[in-house]
Design a protein around this ligand. Sequence first.
Ligand code: BGC
Length: 466
Amino acid sequence: MSLLDAYEKTKQELNVTPEKLTEITDHFVSELNKGLSKTGGNIPMIPGWVMDYPTGQETGDYLAIDLGGTNLRVVKVSLLGDSKFTYEAEKYPIPVPMRTGKSEDLWNFIADSLDTFVKKHYGSRGSSMAKLPLGFTFSYPASQDAINEGVLQRWTKGFDIDGVEGENVVPLLQDAINVRNTPVEVVSLINDTTGTLVASKYCDPETIMGLIFGTGCNGAYYDVCKDIPKLEGRLPDDLLKENSPMAINCEYGAFDNEWAVLPRTKYDIQIDQESPRPGQQYYEKMIAGYYLGEVLRLILLDYYSQDLIFKDQNIKPLQVPFAMDTSFPSRIEQHSAPFVEGLFLDSFNIKTTEEERNIIHDLCLLIGTRSARLSVCGIAAICKKRNYKAGHCASDGSVFNKYPHFKERAHEALNDIFQWNCDPKDYPITLIHAEDGSGVGAAVIACLTEKRLLANKSVGTIESKL
Ligand code: BGC
């Protein structure tokens, strides 16, 4: 077999046809419903306890933190009403060993960063002032019986810290904050997708869902309380009477963990088996930023083992797991084939021929296209489930923002599923860039929660203390 033959085979394997997209989407719809049922399913479908649509008129000052896959962000948000806001944010990179380190190190790191931020932005007023309300964006699957709690179901995106799964993370953080006497109280815990949904709806009423295509992938949308069978018998009367909406954090990265429809390749299987949580997040492991560079690396190692590429070279640096993050395929696609030469020399001390560079470039195109096409199955499934015929899908995350052509490819795939067959600029359902979910979204949610509490409205199940 030649390198070109091997590439052609990979091309077949990574191709997702319109028929496959439709098959996946239909299965996805039934899995979303299963997740809301009493027995549950693979997709957690977590009620996020946001039971109001923002009007754009919310006002007030809030703090927010976002524990994502790569950075901790601390944000000071002022909601000004009229869909307007201002904010100041700081990023604190999460040290890589912390992802698999000790629980207390993580909470101490967050509390220290928060303390530094409060001192810098509020100065000496810090310790004497009333406690600042904080919205905590925790971008991992966390079960919630109320807006101010979140029990981590399992780590994703390469995190693996003992002693946190099964725990309510709000007191873990609050205790670390209290030790430092930082005047902050965690009032709400939200997922990044729920934040994205609410922040975008604060600014754009046509928003129908909030999506993250970043280190991980996930989506949130508004359902209706009475249509959530697993909450039957657990909902306070006011929510039932008012027929309240309910934001749902789907956690659909876990779609198809039983592997019924996804066109997984041997590379996807290997990524899963070598991950800290095999058997979980099958969908996410095929499309999210944490894994796209790894797919490319595994394909290249496979070709190398067949003596098809990098012949007679020492490729040790490339044999290190996750040696290429997603910026590799993304930059290669952006800069075209000749860019591969310097990149592989500088990063791995590997020389490439022109044919190899062209093939590596084309592989990046295939990996990015597969990611975008599979990504829209979650969107299409939510639209089918809620019968949305038009609207804006507020999207954020490094893959959406940085991987070349993601949006165009996603739109093309949506058209493959819905067969609009009109000019792309007239597609009724489109991906648009989201407002800052973890900052503005967390602030709007904290504000909506305060209002509900003041009005004596529920913000959790009948068993919750709120
Ligand atoms: C997490 C979700 C999160 C998504 C995007 C996934 O790995 O489970 O909670 O929304 O990544 O950040």
